[in-house]
Ligand binder design. Structure first.
Ligand SMILES: [Fe+2]
Ligand SMILES: [Fe+2]
Length: 435
């Protein structure tokens, strides 16, 4: 074994008493990366209770995983590692150029950005220290999709922040918030991320912790002071209080947090190759989420999209029958909700939270022209009009997502138990959406 742990530690050393369980996923990625890339301990690796685990100079690879797993490390492992070809700010700038030259939607940022040169210059000045460079390298090598997403969100955040009049140091903070926003996901079981299967409540809650994990990591890095960690903590929060992890609302959500949450939402549309109508579809999504995001920033983005793709249709038409079936499901869920509410079907925090979300969703229905519509009449319209069919397909898909989020939110807080009526409605809604 070329890599040997310090003889101060017995192979059967139990996990240190009094410590919470060590999260295995990040450590597994770090050690596994050492199998293909040279990683060495640039200084000794210590446990929190000052047991020397690995000597300076030792090569780190997956054979050390089981040993290190048994301890809480202090400082964090990345601080003790030397890694070949670690990510630098210049790499991030190059990666952004690659993105702008790709055939993904990010290529349109060349037109959307007030100044692409300034965006590249900001990416090239990314605040990055030794530990964060190691983290980003692990991300780049082990979770390449997450890395590409981080670069894309950072570029989008810089564009949006620039449009909002943010400049100088704050612009660099917007970039940093973008690049680091999902580092908490490196501590989440990769099997849970992006899986097609529906997750159990406990699994979903596990994912909901990632902004908080990232926040605590960034607290340890001075180069990310000045609101970066706060913005990262807020990247899944929504202005209407429907986000996570804290459900903050309105003014509680800071300016960088607003920029980041919009960039995060928009990234899903920029990442793939821009299929016909993708920008228009994004407009539909932004319109339907208007109350959840910063209104002025969202308008700015919609304006930009309008300029970038004025005449495109709104995405795949889909079979009109399938689109109508989706709309019918949504209308049925809303009707079911109205009956629950009319029947005095609930009280308590979970019910009030859901009522607020459903009120906004009903407003979205009205604004999309689906208030009090008759599905049969709608079918008649979209069979004749392909553009209307495409638009409705995009609306139906987004409303379906929003309903799914409402249902997930019912169980978000383990301390809040939904009443029986609400729990039954949530379960019926899940079945309807899955059908
Ligand atoms: Fe993200
Ligand atoms: Fe995230």
């Amino acid at each position: 074994m070329t890599s040997s742990a310090s003889s101060a530690v017995r192979a059967d050393q139990p996990q240190e008493a009094g410590n919470e369980p060590v999260d295995p996923h990040y450590l597994r990625d770090v050690t596994a990366l050492g199998d293909s890339l040279e990683i060495r301990a640039r200084k000794a690796i210590w446990s929190k209770s000052r047991i020397k685990l690995v000597d300076r100079g030792v090569r780190i690879d997956s054979r050390l995983y089981e040993r290190l797993m048994q301890f809480r490390l202090q400082p964090a492992i990345e601080e003790s590692l030397e890694i070949a070809d670690a990510v630098s700010a210049a790499d991030l700038r190059r990666e952004t150029i690659r993105l702008l030259e790709s055939d993904s939607g990010y290529a349109s940022l060349r037109e959307l950005a007030a100044s692409p040169e300034e965006m590249l210059s900001v990416m090239g000045q990314m605040p990055i220290d030794h530990g964060l460079a190691v983290r980003l390298t692990v991300m780049r090598e082990r979770r390449p999709a997450m890395y590409a997403h981080a670069v894309g969100v950072a570029a989008l955040a810089v564009c949006l922040a620039g449009k909002a009049g943010i400049a100088g140091d704050r612009l660099r903070r917007a970039a940093a918030a973008g690049i680091y926003h999902d580092i908490g996901e490196m501590h989440v079981d990769p099997q849970l991320l992006g899986t097609a299967r529906s997750l159990a409540e406990s699994e979903r809650r596990h994912i909901y912790t990632h902004p908080l994990t990232a926040y605590f990591v960034l607290q340890e890095h001075d180069c990310c002071s000045g609101g970066v960690a706060d913005a990262v903590l807020e990247h899944h929060e929504r202005v209407d209080g429907s986000g996570y992890p804290r459900g903050i609302r309105g003014e509680e959500l800071g300016q960088l947090g607003r920029v980041l949450s919009l960039a995060e939402m928009a990234a899903a549309f920029f990442a793939p190759k821009l299929a016909s109508g993708a920008l228009q579809r994004m407009r539909v999504v932004l319109r339907l989420n208007h109350r959840r995001l910063d209104a002025a920033l969202t308008d700015t983005l919609i304006d930009l999209l309008q300029k970038a793709a004025p005449g495109q249709p709104a995405g795949d038409p889909g079979e009109s029958a399938a689109v109508i079936a989706k709309v019918e499901v949504i209308l049925a869920v809303v009707e079911d909700w109205r009956q629950l509410r009319a029947g005095g079907g609930g009280d308590g925090a979970a019910f009030h939270w859901t009522a607020e979300r459903m009120r906004d969703l009903e407003r979205g229905l009205l604004e999309a022209g689906l208030g009090g519509v008759d599905a049969a009449a709608l079918a008649g319209v979209i069979e004749q009009d392909e553009t209307a069919c495409r638009e409705l397909a995009a609306v139906a898909r987004e409303l379906g997502w929003l309903l799914q989020e409402v249902v997930n939110g019912v169980y978000r807080d383990p301390a809040v138990v939904p009443g029986e009526g609400l729990a039954q409605w949530a379960s019926r809604t899940r079945q309807k959406l899955a059908a």
